[in-house]
Structures are given as structure tokens and as C-alpha cells.
Design a protein around this ligand. Structure first.
Ligand code: SR1
Ligand code: MG
Length: 407
């Protein structure tokens, strides 16, 4: 794929060539360009002009940045992200950054720079409590689930959108890295020597393998809504209304993995990443913070249920979709969220693309945190069909993470 990659030296000229951006930043007076991409795939620049104008410029490379050109990857993922930003933003502008431009020749997105916001994962790593974020993100998942599914939009339009939203290569990343490779290492897995026995126990656990087969099937076949597709705490920006923590705003971004998939996948991704933050807190002896983080599981779920149920009142076709249908979906999604959470937490321990919550722990502490997460994921798939309450999830997580704490 032949197109020019942006650099800090060429971003200003690029912006000058795009009239759509002239009201956002003054291309002739740019004072600061920084490449801040810390994800696994793209280039990301934050650009500031001399009059407080600011923009984020994100360019998809034709390969996986984390690995290099030897792993080619479609840059058309930028188009999927632009579409998801546009569609998800149309439901609630306060929960999704504004899209200013999508450039289909150079696979560039220009979007709102959320000033004063920071990535949630980093805040959780620092032990900061951004209250209300879990509720807001639960609402985001509910609005996307309702608004892009057949309960929220006419069936003919939904089919056209579904056809346009196919995201084969990014889905394959998830199919491989999340559901398969932790159980069939093709050379991309790694753990601390002390955790090799735990990774081996995970990979040979026939109940877990069966459950992951089920999860992968659901991921590949349950085309329910235009989900985010990678909704971990690194895909959420947070901003405290005052100071560093307390009541906060939130935005979901980085939706390049978006496709028509299972609603519970986004919920499970959030729960898994709360668990990783809790595992870190337990490892560091901060049990109170671990409890605060784990309570986000229930807060996200309750908010999702409330908002989805509210929206369901206005469903497009109420003829046979009655209250029972809502109850059935919610029960199914809750149990599936346990399954997807299990998949999403264990992959971050053993597979490629790990999470800073765990990786920045010193090895003596990381050993127990990693073991606890793997053991928890194996228990979650066993419990998911009996008691699926979020309080049970939270209690089980705290119990198992604490049991395996090292040092
Ligand atoms: C090769 S991309 C690795 C991971 O980064 C993204 O955040 C997704 O989670 C993906 O699995
Ligand atoms: Mg990402």
C-alpha cells in the first residue's frame, strides 16, 4: 500500500492542505506537534496552534506498529474508525470525540483533541478515582447497542450498515489474539518464567478451551450491533470536573475494531480491564482501590441496563418484541459478558499486546497478579451459567486476586 506517512515535520503542511480543518487550527501558526501514539497500531499526533486551536491527527499505517512491517495490516481500518466515530457520536455527542475529517487517500482521521482529558488506564494505574465514568461508558454501550441494532433502527437500513461495516482483518486480530493463541501458541505468547506453569494450566484447561470456542463462535456470528470492538480502559478518556479525581466526564475513542458483533463483547472488555486494574491494586496492597475498581463492574452493567431499557421503550417494532425479549437479551448479555471478560483478561497476561497495569509491576508482584488473573478467568467461565450477578463477579475477583498475591 503506497501512501506517504506523516511525521512531526509534515503534519502542519498536511493540515494546511485540508480546508475542512481551517476553522479548527491555524495551519500557519502551529506551535507544537507531538507524536503521542502509544497504542499498538497507528501514528497519533497532537497539534496546537498559537491561539489555543488544537486537533488530533491519526494515521493508520499499513502494518501493525507494535510488530513492524512484517505484520501487514489494512489501513482501511481508519475508515471503520471514522464511521464508528460518526455513527456512535450521532447518538450522544458527549460520549464520543468529534470527527472533523477522514482522508481516504492517506488513511488519516482528524478529530477533536479532548483537552484536559487523559487515558483512563493511566489514571487507574496511578490509583485515581474518576467517579461516574463507568456509568457514562455503560450508557455509551447501551446507546450504540440500541441505536445500531434492529430494535433501534429500521431493518433495511440496519442491513446496509452491517454490510458496510465488515472489518475482516481487525476481527481476525481478535479471533487470533483473544480467543485462540492463549490456547495454541504460535510464538507470540510470553510470560514471566514463574508464570509458565500458570500459562500452561490455562492452555490445557479443557473447560476453558471449550468456553473460548463458544466465545469465539459468538464473536464471529452474533452480529447484533455496531460495537466498539476494543473497549478497554485505554479506549476511554476521562476528565475530572475538579482536580485529579472525583466526578468526571468520559469519552469512548479508538473504535477501529468496530464491526457488527456481540453487545456483550464491549461489556466484557470493560470488566476484564477493570479486573486488570484491580489485580495491580491488590499486588500493591491497595485493597480499598481494588474494591473501588471492581465496583465499576456493577456500575457499568447497571447503567447499561437502565439506558438500554429506557431506549427499548421506543423500539422500532414492538409487535412481537415485548418485555420478555428485553429480559432475555439482558440475561444472555450478562452471562456472555462473564465469558468475554474471561477471554479478554487472560489474553492480556499470556498473549501479544499486554496491559500496562500488569506489565509495569515489578516481577515479584507481577507473578501473583498474573496468576490471579489467569485463575480468575478459568473460574469465571465455570461460574457463568450459575450466578451471573455482578456482585458475585466482583467478590470472586477480589477473592482470587488476593489469594494469589505475591510478596
Ligand atoms: C496487533 S493489535 C493488538 C491489540 O491492540 C488492540 O488494542 C487490540 O486489543 C488488539 O488485540
Ligand atoms: Mg486501540
Amino acid at each position: 500500500m503506497d501512501y506517504e506517512f506523516l511525521t512531526t515535520d509534515t503534519v502542519a503542511a498536511y493540515i494546511a492542505s485540508k480546508p475542512e480543518l481551517s476553522s479548527i487550527v491555524d495551519a500557519g501558526n502551529i506551535v507544537d506537534v507531538q507524536e503521542v501514539g502509544d497504542g499498538n497500531l497507528n501514528l497519533v499526533f497532537i497539534v496546537n496552534d498559537a491561539h489555543a486551536g488544537t486537533v488530533v491527527i491519526k494515521q493508520a499505517l499499513p502494518f501493525v506498529r507494535l510488530v513492524g512491517p512484517e505484520w501487514p495490516m489494512t489501513p482501511f481500518r481508519a475508515e471503520r474508525e471514522a464511521e464508528a466515530l460518526r455513527i456512535h457520536g450521532s447518538f450522544n455527542q458527549e460520549l464520543v470525540p468529534k470527527l472533523y475529517l477522514y482522508d481516504s487517500e492517506r488513511f488519516v482521521i482528524a478529530m477533536e483533541n479532548l483537552s484536559g482529558y487523559r487515558v483512563w488506564r493511566g489514571a487507574l494505574i496511578e490509583g485515581l478515582r474518576h467517579d461516574g465514568v463507568a456509568e457514562l461508558i455503560g450508557e455509551y454501550v447501551a446507546e450504540v447497542a440500541f441505536g445500531t441494532s434492529v430494535v433501534g433502527m429500521p431493518a433495511d437500513e440496519q442491513k446496509v450498515l452491517m454490510a458496510k461495516s465488515i472489518n475482516t482483518e481487525l476481527c481476525k486480530i481478535t479471533e487470533d489474539l483473544v480467543f485462540t493463541e492463549p490456547y495454541d501458541d504460535i510464538g507470540r505468547n510470553s510470560v514471566l518464567p514463574a508464570n509458565e506453569v500458570d500459562a500452561q494450566a490455562l492452555a490445557t484447561d479443557s473447560v476453558m478451551i471449550h468456553a473460548m470456542g463458544e466465545a469465539k463462535w459468538k464473536f464471529m456470528t452474533n452480529a447484533e450491533a455496531l460495537i466498539h470492538g476494543d473497549l478497554h480502559t485505554g479506549s476511554v478518556m476521562v476528565k475530572a470536573l475538579k482536580g485529579d479525581e472525583g466526578p468526571s466526564l468520559a469519552m469512548a475513542f479508538d473504535s477501529e475494531f468496530s464491526f457488527y458483533g456481540p453487545v456483550a463483547f464491549d461489556i466484557g472488555a470493560l470488566w476484564a480491564n477493570y479486573t486488570l486494574a484491580a489485580a495491580r491494586a491488590v499486588a500493591l496492597g491497595n485493597v480499598e482501590f481494588a474494591e473501588w475498581v471492581l465496583a465499576l463492574v456493577g456500575e457499568t452493567w447497571d447503567s447499561f441496563v437502565n439506558r438500554f431499557s429506557e431506549l427499548y421503550e421506543s423500539r422500532v417494532d414492538p409487535r412481537v418484541w415485548k418485555e420478555e425479549m428485553l429480559e432475555d437479551r439482558l440475561a444472555e448479555w450478562k452471562s456472555d459478558a462473564w465469558l468475554f471478560a474471561a477471554a479478554k483478561m487472560s489474553r492480556r497476561i499470556v498473549g501479544l499486546a499486554k496491559a500496562a497495569d500488569i506489565e509495569t509491576l515489578e516481577p515479584g508482584l507481577r507473578e501473583g497478579a498474573a496468576r490471579g488473573v489467569l485463575e480468575l478467568s478459568r473460574q469465571l467461565v465455570r461460574e457463568r451459567n450459575s450466578d451471573t450477578s455482578t456482585s458475585s463477579f466482583e467478590a470472586l475477583a477480589l477473592e482470587i486476586l488476593t489469594k494469589h498475591k505475591t510478596n
